[in-house]
Design a protein around this ligand. Structure first.
Ligand SMILES: [Zn+2]
Length: 303
Protein backbone atom coordinates (compact mmCIF):
# COMPACT_ATOMS: atom_id res chain seq x y z
CA UNK A 1 0.00 0.00 0.00
CA UNK A 2 1.23 3.43 -0.94
CA UNK A 3 1.03 6.45 1.37
CA UNK A 4 0.53 9.89 -0.17
CA UNK A 5 0.40 13.12 1.82
CA UNK A 6 -2.16 15.59 0.48
CA UNK A 7 -1.94 18.27 3.13
CA UNK A 8 -0.43 18.91 6.55
CA UNK A 9 -3.09 16.77 8.26
CA UNK A 10 -4.32 14.62 5.38
CA UNK A 11 -3.05 11.41 3.74
CA UNK A 12 -4.34 8.73 1.41
CA UNK A 13 -3.27 5.09 1.62
CA UNK A 14 -3.70 3.58 -1.83
CA UNK A 15 -4.25 -0.13 -2.20
CA UNK A 16 -7.33 -2.06 -3.36
CA UNK A 17 -9.38 0.87 -2.06
CA UNK A 18 -8.27 4.41 -1.22
CA UNK A 19 -8.11 4.94 2.54
CA UNK A 20 -8.21 8.44 4.01
CA UNK A 21 -6.29 9.54 7.10
CA UNK A 22 -7.07 12.83 8.87
CA UNK A 23 -4.79 13.74 11.76
CA UNK A 24 -5.62 15.89 14.75
CA UNK A 25 -3.26 16.39 17.70
CA UNK A 26 -1.51 13.01 17.47
CA UNK A 27 -4.62 10.96 16.81
CA UNK A 28 -6.45 10.26 13.57
CA UNK A 29 -9.69 9.44 11.83
CA UNK A 30 -9.45 6.72 9.19
CA UNK A 31 -11.86 6.75 6.24
CA UNK A 32 -12.73 3.21 5.07
CA UNK A 33 -10.79 0.10 5.99
CA UNK A 34 -10.03 -1.97 2.88
CA UNK A 35 -11.28 -5.50 2.27
CA UNK A 36 -9.82 -7.71 4.97
CA UNK A 37 -7.43 -8.27 7.87
CA UNK A 38 -4.39 -7.80 5.60
CA UNK A 39 -5.67 -4.40 4.49
CA UNK A 40 -6.43 -3.50 8.12
CA UNK A 41 -2.89 -4.48 9.15
CA UNK A 42 -1.33 -2.42 6.33
CA UNK A 43 -3.42 0.62 7.28
CA UNK A 44 -2.41 0.29 10.91
CA UNK A 45 1.28 0.05 10.00
CA UNK A 46 1.09 3.16 7.82
CA UNK A 47 -0.73 5.15 10.50
CA UNK A 48 1.82 4.06 13.12
CA UNK A 49 4.65 5.16 10.81
CA UNK A 50 3.08 8.61 10.85
CA UNK A 51 3.16 8.49 14.64
CA UNK A 52 -0.62 8.71 14.90
CA UNK A 53 -3.03 6.88 17.20
CA UNK A 54 -6.18 5.86 15.31
CA UNK A 55 -9.22 6.73 17.42
CA UNK A 56 -12.04 6.77 14.87
CA UNK A 57 -13.06 5.05 11.64
CA UNK A 58 -15.68 6.35 9.23
CA UNK A 59 -17.07 3.88 6.68
CA UNK A 60 -18.38 5.62 3.55
CA UNK A 61 -20.57 2.66 2.60
CA UNK A 62 -20.98 -0.99 3.57
CA UNK A 63 -19.40 -2.78 0.62
CA UNK A 64 -17.01 -5.51 1.70
CA UNK A 65 -14.03 -3.86 -0.04
CA UNK A 66 -14.57 -0.72 2.08
CA UNK A 67 -15.40 -2.14 5.52
CA UNK A 68 -13.86 -5.65 5.53
CA UNK A 69 -10.76 -4.46 7.42
CA UNK A 70 -12.84 -2.76 10.15
CA UNK A 71 -13.20 -5.93 12.25
CA UNK A 72 -9.40 -6.15 12.57
CA UNK A 73 -8.90 -2.41 13.19
CA UNK A 74 -11.47 -2.41 16.00
CA UNK A 75 -9.94 -5.49 17.63
CA UNK A 76 -6.42 -4.06 17.46
CA UNK A 77 -7.09 -0.47 18.48
CA UNK A 78 -10.58 -0.14 19.97
CA UNK A 79 -11.26 2.82 17.68
CA UNK A 80 -14.84 4.09 17.40
CA UNK A 81 -16.73 3.29 14.21
CA UNK A 82 -19.06 5.70 12.38
CA UNK A 83 -21.50 4.93 9.55
CA UNK A 84 -25.03 5.79 8.44
CA UNK A 85 -27.96 3.67 9.60
CA UNK A 86 -28.52 1.30 6.66
CA UNK A 87 -24.78 0.90 6.00
CA UNK A 88 -24.33 0.16 9.73
CA UNK A 89 -26.99 -2.56 9.49
CA UNK A 90 -25.05 -4.30 6.69
CA UNK A 91 -21.79 -3.93 8.64
CA UNK A 92 -23.28 -5.61 11.71
CA UNK A 93 -24.87 -8.36 9.57
CA UNK A 94 -22.60 -8.66 6.50
CA UNK A 95 -24.64 -11.56 5.06
CA UNK A 96 -27.11 -8.79 4.09
CA UNK A 97 -24.84 -7.80 1.18
CA UNK A 98 -24.95 -11.16 -0.70
CA UNK A 99 -28.51 -11.62 0.58
CA UNK A 100 -29.85 -8.44 -1.04
CA UNK A 101 -27.87 -9.14 -4.20
CA UNK A 102 -29.71 -12.48 -4.41
CA UNK A 103 -33.18 -10.91 -3.90
CA UNK A 104 -33.23 -11.63 -0.17
CA UNK A 105 -32.84 -15.38 -0.64
CA UNK A 106 -30.05 -17.52 0.83
CA UNK A 107 -27.09 -16.56 -1.38
CA UNK A 108 -25.22 -19.39 -3.16
CA UNK A 109 -21.63 -19.99 -2.02
CA UNK A 110 -20.28 -18.15 -5.10
CA UNK A 111 -21.68 -14.96 -3.56
CA UNK A 112 -20.12 -15.60 -0.16
CA UNK A 113 -16.49 -14.84 -0.99
CA UNK A 114 -14.67 -11.95 0.69
CA UNK A 115 -15.43 -9.47 -2.11
CA UNK A 116 -19.09 -9.60 -1.08
CA UNK A 117 -19.06 -10.98 2.46
CA UNK A 118 -16.89 -9.23 5.04
CA UNK A 119 -16.36 -9.88 8.74
CA UNK A 120 -18.91 -8.08 10.92
CA UNK A 121 -18.20 -4.76 12.60
CA UNK A 122 -20.54 -2.96 14.99
CA UNK A 123 -20.98 0.77 14.57
CA UNK A 124 -20.55 2.93 17.69
CA UNK A 125 -22.21 6.04 16.36
CA UNK A 126 -24.85 6.29 13.64
CA UNK A 127 -24.33 9.19 11.22
CA UNK A 128 -27.14 11.28 9.74
CA UNK A 129 -24.95 12.30 6.79
CA UNK A 130 -24.65 16.01 7.64
CA UNK A 131 -22.25 16.05 10.64
CA UNK A 132 -19.86 18.98 11.08
CA UNK A 133 -17.34 17.08 13.21
CA UNK A 134 -16.33 13.55 14.10
CA UNK A 135 -14.28 12.71 17.14
CA UNK A 136 -13.81 16.49 17.67
CA UNK A 137 -12.24 16.84 14.20
CA UNK A 138 -13.98 19.65 12.31
CA UNK A 139 -15.03 18.22 8.94
CA UNK A 140 -18.18 17.85 6.91
CA UNK A 141 -19.98 14.57 6.34
CA UNK A 142 -21.78 14.72 2.99
CA UNK A 143 -24.63 12.49 1.90
CA UNK A 144 -23.82 10.79 -1.47
CA UNK A 145 -26.54 8.20 -2.16
CA UNK A 146 -26.71 6.21 -5.39
CA UNK A 147 -23.89 3.67 -5.52
CA UNK A 148 -25.06 2.58 -2.10
CA UNK A 149 -28.29 3.68 -0.45
CA UNK A 150 -26.80 5.75 2.39
CA UNK A 151 -23.23 6.38 1.19
CA UNK A 152 -21.45 9.41 2.63
CA UNK A 153 -18.32 11.36 1.77
CA UNK A 154 -16.08 13.60 3.88
CA UNK A 155 -14.89 17.14 3.21
CA UNK A 156 -11.86 18.21 5.21
CA UNK A 157 -9.82 21.33 4.38
CA UNK A 158 -8.95 21.21 0.69
CA UNK A 159 -9.73 17.48 0.34
CA UNK A 160 -12.96 15.74 -0.59
CA UNK A 161 -13.36 11.99 -0.05
CA UNK A 162 -16.30 10.69 -2.08
CA UNK A 163 -16.36 6.90 -1.58
CA UNK A 164 -17.59 5.23 -4.76
CA UNK A 165 -19.85 8.15 -5.79
CA UNK A 166 -18.08 8.11 -9.14
CA UNK A 167 -15.62 5.75 -10.79
CA UNK A 168 -12.48 6.71 -12.67
CA UNK A 169 -12.86 6.19 -16.46
CA UNK A 170 -10.31 3.33 -16.37
CA UNK A 171 -12.29 1.43 -13.73
CA UNK A 172 -15.59 2.19 -15.44
CA UNK A 173 -14.26 0.83 -18.74
CA UNK A 174 -13.18 -2.32 -16.93
CA UNK A 175 -16.50 -2.87 -15.12
CA UNK A 176 -18.66 -1.71 -18.07
CA UNK A 177 -21.80 -1.40 -15.89
CA UNK A 178 -21.15 0.47 -12.61
CA UNK A 179 -22.89 -0.78 -9.47
CA UNK A 180 -25.81 1.45 -8.48
CA UNK A 181 -28.65 0.68 -6.11
CA UNK A 182 -30.36 3.96 -7.07
CA UNK A 183 -29.56 5.45 -10.48
CA UNK A 184 -31.88 8.43 -9.90
CA UNK A 185 -30.24 9.37 -6.58
CA UNK A 186 -26.83 8.68 -8.11
CA UNK A 187 -27.40 11.19 -10.92
CA UNK A 188 -28.52 13.84 -8.40
CA UNK A 189 -25.46 13.12 -6.23
CA UNK A 190 -23.13 13.52 -9.22
CA UNK A 191 -24.73 16.84 -10.22
CA UNK A 192 -24.38 18.14 -6.65
CA UNK A 193 -20.77 16.94 -6.46
CA UNK A 194 -19.87 18.87 -9.61
CA UNK A 195 -21.14 22.14 -8.14
CA UNK A 196 -19.05 21.64 -4.98
CA UNK A 197 -15.92 20.37 -6.66
CA UNK A 198 -14.31 23.76 -7.37
CA UNK A 199 -13.62 24.45 -3.68
CA UNK A 200 -11.32 21.41 -3.30
CA UNK A 201 -7.75 20.79 -4.34
CA UNK A 202 -7.78 17.02 -3.92
CA UNK A 203 -10.67 14.74 -4.80
CA UNK A 204 -10.30 11.16 -3.59
CA UNK A 205 -12.62 8.52 -5.04
CA UNK A 206 -12.85 5.08 -3.46
CA UNK A 207 -10.55 3.51 -6.05
CA UNK A 208 -7.93 4.63 -8.55
CA UNK A 209 -6.12 7.91 -9.05
CA UNK A 210 -6.30 10.90 -6.71
CA UNK A 211 -7.57 13.94 -8.59
CA UNK A 212 -5.65 17.17 -8.11
CA UNK A 213 -7.48 19.12 -10.79
CA UNK A 214 -11.18 19.99 -10.78
CA UNK A 215 -11.34 19.58 -14.56
CA UNK A 216 -10.05 16.01 -14.42
CA UNK A 217 -12.41 15.09 -11.57
CA UNK A 218 -15.31 16.71 -13.42
CA UNK A 219 -14.31 14.71 -16.49
CA UNK A 220 -14.53 11.49 -14.47
CA UNK A 221 -17.92 12.49 -13.08
CA UNK A 222 -19.21 13.33 -16.57
CA UNK A 223 -17.97 9.93 -17.74
CA UNK A 224 -19.94 8.18 -14.96
CA UNK A 225 -23.06 10.29 -15.64
CA UNK A 226 -22.80 9.50 -19.34
CA UNK A 227 -22.57 5.77 -18.59
CA UNK A 228 -25.66 5.87 -16.35
CA UNK A 229 -27.60 7.87 -18.94
CA UNK A 230 -26.56 5.42 -21.63
CA UNK A 231 -27.93 2.53 -19.55
CA UNK A 232 -31.28 4.33 -19.20
CA UNK A 233 -31.25 4.98 -22.96
CA UNK A 234 -30.52 1.30 -23.79
CA UNK A 235 -33.65 0.36 -21.83
CA UNK A 236 -35.76 3.04 -23.54
CA UNK A 237 -34.61 1.83 -26.95
CA UNK A 238 -35.22 -1.83 -26.02
CA UNK A 239 -38.83 -0.96 -25.11
CA UNK A 240 -39.43 1.49 -27.99
CA UNK A 241 -41.46 -1.03 -30.02
CA UNK A 242 -44.14 -1.05 -27.30
CA UNK A 243 -43.55 -4.71 -26.35
CA UNK A 244 -43.18 -5.59 -22.66
CA UNK A 245 -39.81 -7.06 -21.60
CA UNK A 246 -38.47 -8.68 -18.44
CA UNK A 247 -35.56 -7.29 -16.42
CA UNK A 248 -33.55 -10.36 -17.53
CA UNK A 249 -34.07 -9.38 -21.17
CA UNK A 250 -33.25 -5.74 -20.46
CA UNK A 251 -30.09 -6.79 -18.60
CA UNK A 252 -28.97 -8.80 -21.64
CA UNK A 253 -29.64 -5.78 -23.89
CA UNK A 254 -27.69 -3.39 -21.62
CA UNK A 255 -24.78 -5.83 -21.16
CA UNK A 256 -24.49 -6.45 -24.92
CA UNK A 257 -24.65 -2.73 -25.66
CA UNK A 258 -21.94 -2.01 -23.07
CA UNK A 259 -19.71 -4.77 -24.43
CA UNK A 260 -19.86 -6.72 -21.17
CA UNK A 261 -19.42 -10.49 -21.04
CA UNK A 262 -21.14 -12.05 -18.05
CA UNK A 263 -19.39 -15.18 -16.86
CA UNK A 264 -19.92 -15.32 -13.09
CA UNK A 265 -22.85 -15.26 -10.73
CA UNK A 266 -21.38 -12.34 -8.76
CA UNK A 267 -20.98 -10.30 -11.94
CA UNK A 268 -24.57 -11.10 -12.96
CA UNK A 269 -26.15 -10.05 -9.64
CA UNK A 270 -24.14 -6.80 -9.51
CA UNK A 271 -25.20 -5.87 -13.07
CA UNK A 272 -28.74 -6.99 -12.30
CA UNK A 273 -29.00 -4.56 -9.36
CA UNK A 274 -27.98 -1.63 -11.57
CA UNK A 275 -30.45 -2.58 -14.31
CA UNK A 276 -33.24 -3.11 -11.72
CA UNK A 277 -32.44 0.32 -10.34
CA UNK A 278 -32.49 1.87 -13.84
CA UNK A 279 -35.92 0.24 -14.38
CA UNK A 280 -37.04 1.65 -11.02
CA UNK A 281 -35.82 5.10 -12.05
CA UNK A 282 -37.68 5.04 -15.39
CA UNK A 283 -40.82 3.89 -13.56
CA UNK A 284 -40.46 6.73 -11.03
CA UNK A 285 -40.16 9.16 -13.95
CA UNK A 286 -43.40 7.77 -15.46
CA UNK A 287 -41.67 6.45 -18.60
CA UNK A 288 -42.41 2.74 -18.08
CA UNK A 289 -44.77 0.59 -16.01
CA UNK A 290 -44.89 -3.02 -14.81
CA UNK A 291 -46.96 -5.45 -16.84
CA UNK A 292 -47.91 -9.04 -15.98
CA UNK A 293 -48.23 -11.56 -18.75
CA UNK A 294 -48.17 -15.39 -18.52
CA UNK A 295 -46.79 -15.08 -15.01
CA UNK A 296 -43.92 -12.89 -16.24
CA UNK A 297 -43.22 -9.50 -14.70
CA UNK A 298 -42.37 -7.37 -17.70
CA UNK A 299 -41.90 -3.64 -18.26
CA UNK A 300 -43.51 -1.59 -20.98
CA UNK A 301 -43.19 1.98 -22.21
CA UNK A 302 -45.92 4.31 -21.05
CA UNK A 303 -47.28 6.41 -23.87
ZN1 LIG B 1 -18.73 0.31 -3.32
Amino acid sequence: MQLTQLHEQTWVIQGGANIGVIAQEGRCLIIDSGMDKDAGRDILNQVKKLGLTPTSLLITHAHADHFGGAHYLVRQTGLKVYATRVEAAVMSGPILEPLYLFSGAQPPRELQHKFLLAKPCLVDSVLEGNEQAIDHIPLQVISLPGHSIEQVGVAFGDTLFVGDAFLTPEILDKHRIPFYTDVQAGLTTLTTLKTRMASFKHIVAGHGEIYTSTERANGAIDYTVERLERILEHIRVALADGEARTVAELLRTVANAQGAKIEALSQYVLYNTTVQSAVSTLYAWGEIHPFFQDNFLAWQRTR
